[in-house]
Design a protein around this ligand. Sequence first.
Ligand SMILES: NC(=O)c1ccc[n+]([C@@H]2O[C@H](COP(=O)([O-])OP(=O)(O)OC[C@H]3O[C@@H](n4cnc5c(N)ncnc54)[C@H](OP(=O)(O)O)[C@@H]3O)[C@@H](O)[C@H]2O)c1
Length: 286
Amino acid sequence: MRILLTGSEGQLGTCLKERLPVEWELLACDSQTLNIIEAQNVLKIVKIFAPDLVINTAAYTRVDAAETEIKQAFAVNATGTLNLAIAARTIGARLIHISTEQVFDGRQRVPLNENMAPNPLNVYGQSKLAGELLALNAHTYTTIVRTSWVYSEHRHNFVKIMLKKGLETQNIRVVDDQIGCPTYAGDLAQIIIQLAKMKQYQRGLLHFAGNQQMSWAMFAQQIFALAAQQDKRYRKVKVEPICSADYQSAAKRPEYGVLDSSTINKLVEERVVYTPLAEVISRLLA
Ligand SMILES: NC(=O)c1ccc[n+]([C@@H]2O[C@H](COP(=O)([O-])OP(=O)(O)OC[C@H]3O[C@@H](n4cnc5c(N)ncnc54)[C@H](OP(=O)(O)O)[C@@H]3O)[C@@H](O)[C@H]2O)c1
């Protein structure tokens, strides 16, 4: 199988590169080699490499900055996604595109399934929803995988931020009234590979997130409890749970973003074995 991967230096892109079967032919493109905003270049590269499957992990992911960089967020997350869908359609390749729980407004208090209506609260969510709709309209063979609270050993994420902060300060204020499911990028990569292997093509929306729901403050507490087992400097860190109203951020975020992953888990042949947070923390502190 020939795979064209975008955003290859991001969290998910890196995890996919590490896990894709070695016998698959991979063209891994970072933002320099393939800027997905550039429609003509996207089409050119897709035509030359002629992949069976395009996996789009490239995205504008700075949720707060998106509130002011609206044009840039939409250029990448909406137009960039459309460019890839059109290019994939032109050569008859499938597209797997990644989206977010932030397309929802968080007013529902039951796990969010694929049939629930989106209603994004912030520019990032709006731009990601636009990307979903554009890709689904442009190309029949499009699968959208929505996920949430992604962390990994790579790039910028909540786990790495907490581990760094924990060495700088002992009292850390963390929001306690937003609930979601932290998702290890390696687990998400595994489920994407399983989707890629499926003979029966799955069009439309799918949800996949980690299997534990919690608040950001609870997540931080878990991170420090596990880190303290390996490095005693983390024993002194205290997490102070606060309300979103007491934490200044440009973008409004959904209070509830728990994704129901049951459809995708029933669909794939091998159930995903969720990687324990302890394993990731141990690798980060090694
Ligand atoms: N991170 C989360 O918590 C989270 C939650 C839910 C959903 N998601 C979705 O999951 C997917 C993967 O996220 P991630 O955490 O792996 O993101 P990430 O680490 O921020 O990586 C995104 C990648 O996209 C690249 N990129 C940005 N603009 C681009 C452009 N115009 N053309 C090509 N590449 C471009 C970035 O490259 P540069 O750094 O060089 O710009 C970066 O390598 C995204 O679709 C994201 O929306 C993420």
